[in-house]
Design a protein around this ligand. Sequence first.
Ligand code: ADP
Ligand code: MG
Length: 330
Amino acid sequence: MAKENDVELVSVSKLYGTTRAVDSIDLRIRGGQYCCLLGPSGCGKSSTLRMIAGHEAVSDGDILIAHRRVNDDPPARRGTAMMFQSYALFPHLDTLDNVAFSLKMQGVPKAERRRRAMEMLDLVSMADYAARVPAQLSGGQQQRVALARALMTRPSVLLLDEPLSALDPFLRGRMRAELRRIQRELGIVFIHVTHSQEEAMALADLAVVMKDGRIVQAGPPREIFNRPATAFVAQFMGGHNVMTQGGRTVTLRSDAIRLSRGDADAHRRATVRDVEYQGPQVHVALATETGEDMAAILPERTYFADPFAPGDAVALHWAPEDLHHVAAEV
Ligand code: ADP
Ligand code: MG
């Protein structure tokens, strides 16, 4: 069933007055996929999500869910649910009643709604906290309750707008893994807005990189990381050098560069600007003699076999097949 719940956007635009927040985007998310909308602040991620949810009208184009046009349907009739931030929980209701709230509104009898809410709390590993009110829960626990509440309506598409941004890095990592587990277990579409490329790479089956209201590239994270379509995507994803070679723009992964001390056959010569220890790897910032800023990422052990200091002259080497041509647009 879940497999048929494709979400399709066909030439969808959103205008606020004369501001074109979303500019004619086409996107197909297949049933069961975890999709991340990714891009810098103001690129149109939340507007896109709110149009899918039905909280914002579509200015132009069509939105289809399970092959049915939903432009004119109210949010409750779309089979979507939005996971709101944890502060939207009812402070005076305990965890179980917060989660069961939508069922109460639908007139589901008490015993039945408590049973279904408990099932949902179990799914998000919060069954032991059913009797607590939100103030007695940590931020991460409140987030799980908010997730359980959103899932209670049995949506075929769950929409999440920067759901992890309020959590500390440790909790964020844990909650990220939980989201992925729950999405797999339910087999429904998750559409998750984030400005973190790390989050999108960790979670997404389909990552969608947006810029200025448009989709610049959509695909599996590994494909986007290894074959960025534009210089902007390479820079936004990180871990790449963007350079000009023979009049064309190319990208080169920072971990594809080898450093030595002045061989004649080097691809570039540079001075070490800065060395940053990152645990499993070492990040070496470089200023080339042609005036470019570049970076090399070396495995920790490789680096410490022959470490460099700021000011050292180095030679850069790479395999020609590691150069990847991109559109110059930044
Ligand atoms: P993102 O979620 O990627 O940060 P948004 O979708 O929130 O981006 O916003 C995209 C653009 O639309 C921005 O320029 C923003 O200022 C504008 N915008 C968003 N919501 C409104 C609104 N309700 N009224 C007017 N402009 C808006
Ligand atoms: Mg936003």
